[in-house]
Design a protein around this ligand. Structure first.
Ligand SMILES: *[C@@H]1O[C@H](CO)[C@@H](O)[C@H](O)[C@H]1NC(C)=O
Length: 625
């Protein structure tokens, strides 16, 4: 509750008061006295009584004769003044207080019956436990039923591999039962301070701690625990959920809980027929400094209560894959990651990373990616969730690889081939297609792409809009540009036509050119089979391998080769620096003969001259082996 200063409290109360008779001032003063003796936030009441007395003395207050209206007005006043919605004033001429029967005083048979009806245990598939508790019994009752509960509930639960604790219907219970449950789901090593409960009428503070030992087997803190809550979950059950959530021991699934109170009492105001309802005790979690009271426990996975069980089950399936994913990623990093000196730290991280609250594969991927990048400081080492990617780019080819007609369409739409003035060939493709039937792709490309270009004088390959794709077709296209005699061992040797390195090959790049597109530009440059012109590329080039983690949509991309750039430095995937840097939109104009432009290659001097009388002239070192 936010603290209110006395003057504000005063104003709020006075706005609503009416005291022409002597009854109402007395009532208000009595009410203030009750609050002073019972309200669990006494610090918010400082100065209240004096303020009220002063207001009464000055006598400038309105008249309200209807008692129900008076009660409503007082409620608004006191709630507003103390900022606590639980405080209410009611007019109830026929109110008879019910004295709640304390459970421990019931005969044992009745206790057993009651507990049987409020606890249900099932063992689901995969040894997932399902425990529904509708009433958190207090320590006294638990002590009476000790061995019965242990044999029938807790020892059986302890044998399960993971647990769904259903508190959606838990609407009754006692706080004194909370420490046992928290202890059951913790390790014994060190005791945990769970809660501090202040009781105003007795002016006492009680601390709840986990128990040093419990009879019977504990569940411990390693196995997955999911707690289900609903908007009806209230009281001690909220304390259980709140504590286990903030101890990072349980994932809360469902709805925000009711936001109950430790203890609320309805107190008669003097001898009147007015009553004031007052929270007389409060709970503060030493973990958060706050409480589940009033605001409730917010779930980590929000679903409506009736879908919570299904959600919890699917969550447990996701969580059960986590150890395997960690193992696979560790193995892949150990085996492939090029920066071997960083591997030990990465493996260490994977062992110790806190994945307690992971609730989806995507979530897991994001977390691991963040952690790995932080430790490796390598933007190329990536863990990602692939579901979104699967829908784009690569997938479209899988189903059509045997259908020549569709394949032809694909090649036709992917590769744009033109012959520009001065018999300059122009080839643009915006992605590198993926295909398992590479031979067919090769054949089609020979017919549809290379055949029209084979007699051109120069070839422009436009990668300005190329954002990557699959590197399988990279080798295929690159091999066409190389002299058959010079094919690099890195690539599969194709028995395909070749443009060769005798004619000029110009690769256009832009800021958008990415991933495999960049790799292509880089290889053209470093294998000396062409000249790169345009803007520095986006810098997502990775000489990396992508591994999908089996049975998941998670993939890890591991750089397994380090590039040395032209200056002999490690290349961490910064953009490819073109041989000639020009704005991407100018790059093609320079080459395709608009204006008065020329490309001349002076083999003797190893200089390539690209120029225009409208724009600047670019003079490049040209290294044709
Ligand atoms: C409550 O108890 C504390 C000491 O535990 C004491 O200092 C304080 O005055 C008491 N408050 C009231 C209102 O009795």
């Amino acid at each position: 509750m936010a603290q209110r200063s006395p003057p504000l409290l005063l104003t709020l109360l006075l706005c609503t008061l009416s005291v022409n008779s002597s009854f109402q001032p007395a009532l208000v003063l009595e009410m203030a006295q009750i609050l002073l003796e019972n309200y669990c936030f006494p610090e918010n009441l400082v100065g209240m009584q004096e303020a009220i007395q002063q207001a009464i003395n000055s006598g400038e207050i309105l008249q309200i004769s209807d008692k129900k209206t008076l009660a409503a007005v007082l409620t608004v006043g006191v709630q507003g003044a103390l900022n606590d919605p639980r405080l209410t004033v009611s007019y109830e001429p026929n109110f008879t207080p019910v004295v709640p029967q304390m459970l421990p005083s019931l005969p044992i048979e009745q206790l057993i019956w009651l507990v049987r009806n409020s606890v249900k245990l099932d063992i689901l598939n995969n040894n997932v436990g399902y425990l529904r508790i509708d009433r958190i019994i207090g320590e006294e009752t638990a002590a009476k039923l000790g061995s019965l509960l242990r044999d029938n509930i807790w020892d059986k639960v302890a044998q399960t591999s993971s647990l769904i604790l259903d508190l959606r219907y838990s609407t009754a219970g006692e706080l004194s039962g909370v420490p046992f449950i928290i202890s059951y789901f913790s390790d014994s090593e060190s005791l945990i301070h769970i809660d501090t409960v202040y009781d105003r009428p007795s002016n006492t503070t009680r601390e709840l701690w986990t128990m040093p030992s419990i009879t019977g087997e504990k569940y411990g803190k390693k196995k997955d625990l999911i707690i289900l809550t609903s908007k009806r979950t209230v009281g001690a059950a909220e304390a259980v959920a709140y504590t286990l959530k903030n101890l990072k021991r349980a994932i809360i699934v469902g709805e925000r809980s009711a936001g109950g109170s430790v203890k609320v009492q309805k107190i008669r105001i003097a001898q009147s027929e007015f009553y004031i309802t007052v929270p007389v005790a409060r709970s503060v979690s030493p973990i958060t400094g706050q409480s589940w009271e009033v605001n409730g426990v917010s779930p980590m996975v929000n679903v409506i209560a009736k879908e919570a069980v299904a959600k919890a089950k699917s969550l447990l399936v996701v969580r059960s894959t986590i150890p395997k994913v960690i193992q696979s990623i560790s193995d892949i990093i150990k085996r492939y990651y090029a920066f071997t000196d960083r591997i030990p730290a990465l493996l260490q991280l994977l062992q110790s990373t806190d994945l307690f609250s992971v609730v989806s594969e995507e979530d897991l991927a994001v977390r691991l990616n963040h952690d790995l990048q932080t430790v490796s400081e390598d933007p190329r080492l990536i863990v990602k969730y692939m579901q979104d990617d699967a829908a784009t780019g690569e997938e479209d080819l899988y189903n059509i690889q045997d259908d020549m007609k569709l394949l032809r369409e694909l090649v036709d739409t992917t590769f744009k081939v033109e012959i520009l003035p001065h018999n300059t060939g122009y080839l643009r493709f915006d992605k590198f297609v993926k295909l398992s039937a590479e031979a067919k792709l090769e054949e089609l490309m020979a017919n549809m792409v290379w055949e029209p270009l084979k007699d051109t004088n120069n070839l422009i390959i436009d990668l300005r809009y190329n954002t990557g794709g699959s590197s399988t077709s990279l080798a295929l296209i690159l091999s066409y540009l190389q002299d058959p005699s010079q094919k690099h061992h890195f690539f599969t040797i194709y028995d395909s036509p070749s443009y060769g390195s005798k004619r000029g090959v110009y690769v256009l790049t832009s800021y958008y050119t990415a991933s495999v597109g960049e790799e292509f530009a880089y290889l053209v440059q470093s294998l000396h089979c062409g000249t790169v012109i345009g803007e520095i590329t986006s810098g997502t080039l990775m000489h990396s391998k992508t591994f999908q983690i089996e049975g998941t949509d998670i993939a890890i991309i591991v750089p397994f080769i380090n590039f040395l750039d032209n200056n002999g430095e490690f290349w961490l995937g910064g953009g490819v620096v073109p041989d000639a840097i020009v704005l991407a939109e100018d790059a093609r104009h320079i080459l395709n003969g608009y204006g008065t432009m020329y490309i001349s290659s002076q083999k003797e001097t190893n200089l390539l001259l690209i120029g225009s009388n409208l724009k600047s002239t670019y003079l490049l070192s040209y290294q044709n082996q």
